[in-house]
Design a protein around this ligand. Sequence first.
Ligand SMILES: *[C@@H]1O[C@H](CO)[C@@H](O)[C@H](O)[C@H]1NC(C)=O
Ligand SMILES: *[C@@H]1O[C@H](CO)[C@@H](O)[C@H](O)[C@H]1NC(C)=O
Ligand SMILES: *[C@@H]1O[C@H](CO)[C@@H](O)[C@H](O)[C@H]1NC(C)=O
Ligand SMILES: *[C@@H]1O[C@H](CO)[C@@H](O)[C@H](O)[C@H]1NC(C)=O
Ligand SMILES: *[C@@H]1O[C@H](CO)[C@@H](O)[C@H](O)[C@H]1NC(C)=O
Ligand SMILES: *[C@@H]1O[C@H](CO)[C@@H](O)[C@H](O)[C@H]1NC(C)=O
Ligand SMILES: *[C@@H]1O[C@H](CO)[C@@H](O)[C@H](O)[C@H]1NC(C)=O
Ligand SMILES: *[C@@H]1O[C@H](CO)[C@@H](O)[C@H](O)[C@H]1NC(C)=O
Ligand SMILES: *[C@@H]1O[C@H](CO)[C@@H](O)[C@H](O)[C@H]1NC(C)=O
Ligand SMILES: *[C@@H]1O[C@H](CO)[C@@H](O)[C@H](O)[C@H]1NC(C)=O
Length: 464
Amino acid sequence: MLMQKLRPTKMLATLILFLALSNALEINVEAREGQCENKPTLDPRPHSVSILEFGAVGDGKTLNTIAFQNAIFYLKSFADKGGAQLYLPPGRWLTGSFNLTSHLTLFLASGAIILGSQDLSYWEIVEPLPSYGRGLELPGGRYRSLINGNKLRDVVITGDNGTIDGQGSVWWDWFSSQSLNYSRPHLVELIDCNGVVISNLTFVNAPAYSIHPVYCSNVLVQNISVYTPPGSPYTVGIAPDSADKVCIENCNISMSYDGISLKSGWDEYGIAYGRPTTGVHIKQVYLQAATGSALAFGSEMSGGISDVLVEHLHIHNSSVGIEFRTTRGRGGYIKEIIVTDVEMQNVHTAFGANGQSGSHPDDNFDPNALPVLDRITVQNVIGTNITLAGSFTGIQESPFTSICLSNISLSVTSGSSTSWVCSNVLGFSQFVSPEPCPDLECSFLNSSLACFSLLNSYGQAAVL
Ligand SMILES: *[C@@H]1O[C@H](CO)[C@@H](O)[C@H](O)[C@H]1NC(C)=O
Ligand SMILES: *[C@@H]1O[C@H](CO)[C@@H](O)[C@H](O)[C@H]1NC(C)=O
Ligand SMILES: *[C@@H]1O[C@H](CO)[C@@H](O)[C@H](O)[C@H]1NC(C)=O
Ligand SMILES: *[C@@H]1O[C@H](CO)[C@@H](O)[C@H](O)[C@H]1NC(C)=O
Ligand SMILES: *[C@@H]1O[C@H](CO)[C@@H](O)[C@H](O)[C@H]1NC(C)=O
Ligand SMILES: *[C@@H]1O[C@H](CO)[C@@H](O)[C@H](O)[C@H]1NC(C)=O
Ligand SMILES: *[C@@H]1O[C@H](CO)[C@@H](O)[C@H](O)[C@H]1NC(C)=O
Ligand SMILES: *[C@@H]1O[C@H](CO)[C@@H](O)[C@H](O)[C@H]1NC(C)=O
Ligand SMILES: *[C@@H]1O[C@H](CO)[C@@H](O)[C@H](O)[C@H]1NC(C)=O
Ligand SMILES: *[C@@H]1O[C@H](CO)[C@@H](O)[C@H](O)[C@H]1NC(C)=O
């Protein structure tokens, strides 16, 4: 019966897949909890200074870069004394880019707003990230982000709902008119840091990404709002990039492009750097992505993305709900992903998996570096006003495998005959409406339980 369903060209791939799964089944995945159940305790810092003590003026006009730099330089000396807090009282604190330091808490009081300068001359150019080889948007270097951390430990950016405002409109205009010579800066970037907490704040108008933890471990993002207006080109909310042990919870993210985007480097540079994004837990998040995806994986994923648990997502007014993106030349993998308990409303395409997505950094990528997309489980989804249920277009030489859909109910406006698009994908589905394409009904996946063995390891029901 199984073989009758498959076109002959698919039989070999299916056989290989089946063998691969038989092996996989012998691996006993040890029981584990999501990263959010494992939160650090936040002790208050024994020392605190106000930015006022460093001559800062919160009038929205005076440039305070030197005050920030001096304050943080001073607070460095408390690193071995339990760390210190830099307090920002209510006010509009205009600044160019500045660096954080280890064992520091940056605290924004209610009504405290950090404003990014709109003067290009206050933005330094820095080297590209090694896993990207060049700026994302243009070859060569990139503008340094507004708030930076480099090789830090124990750094906290928090407050009583203060705001970090990138005033990105000038950057969006320069980007759109192609007048920049380097890639745009991000709002907050932490590179190679261990122990990061970002909480209780609002982030608005990022020039490009709002929060970019790259090569970091133990990152907690909790109870924040992130916003850019429609039309701000390619602005992204949170982009964990070659990062591990990441928890994102209780956040409201409304972006012009992607809400949360998991990444791990670009083609040959990402493959050579070889640092995956793994151990990510995303929980209780409201997402909106006007032109991109509410939750995206890739397209830069060359270091691999694995072991991601996403639960209790609310997605509305978005172009795509949940999307996996990759392309030839990326190498790497996206695997062992579980997404459960999702509500979607007014979303054009609920699910996407696209094997022809994104460009290359240069001509030196290896077209034979084929990415792998495997063991993706999506379950317990209710969607209303969805135009297209799913579009799964894999790569012929490396089909997407073990895509498992369960208990999904979408009210689709396009009519069910055209509501799923599939090619080069193999998976299993049960209790899914509208009924998915035959490519997602390979029942041997069910009998082998490969789809749901992952769920088991998170202590949830193996088969629904
Ligand atoms: C900020 O950090 C970068 C990278 O670590 C360094 O090159 C730069 O000099 C630092 N700037 C200041 C003002 O400390
Ligand atoms: C979330 O942050 C706001 C301030 O931004 C605070 O009033 C509220 O108590 C926080 N909630 C939680 C659950 O931490
Ligand atoms: C935080 O501040 C933003 C912007 O000022 C506001 O829209 C939001 O409602 C506030 N959130 C909380 C929890 O107070
Ligand atoms: C980009 O480079 C050109 C040529 O060097 C220069 O004229 C222009 O001002 C630069 N643009 C920006 C935004 O720095
Ligand atoms: C957020 O704010 C609430 C209320 O002030 C506080 O209880 C909580 O510890 C804060 N959370 C973090 C992670 O800073
Ligand atoms: C996010 O939005 C929900 C529903 O509107 C609200 O209950 C929650 O407090 C918001 N959270 C934050 C961090 O603003
Ligand atoms: C979402 O879109 C609907 C329909 O266009 C609109 O009525 C609603 O206000 C939007 N919701 C948000 C939160 O933007
Ligand atoms: C349905 O969703 C689309 C966006 O996909 C939106 O334009 C439209 O207004 C929504 N319809 C209703 C009735 O909310
Ligand atoms: C199916 O999904 C819905 C919506 O997420 C949920 O309420 C329900 O409990 C799920 N059913 C099963 C059997 O898990
Ligand atoms: C999947 O397997 C379970 C347990 O063996 C069985 O009860 C169920 O009917 C199967 N579903 C499909 C769609 O084959």
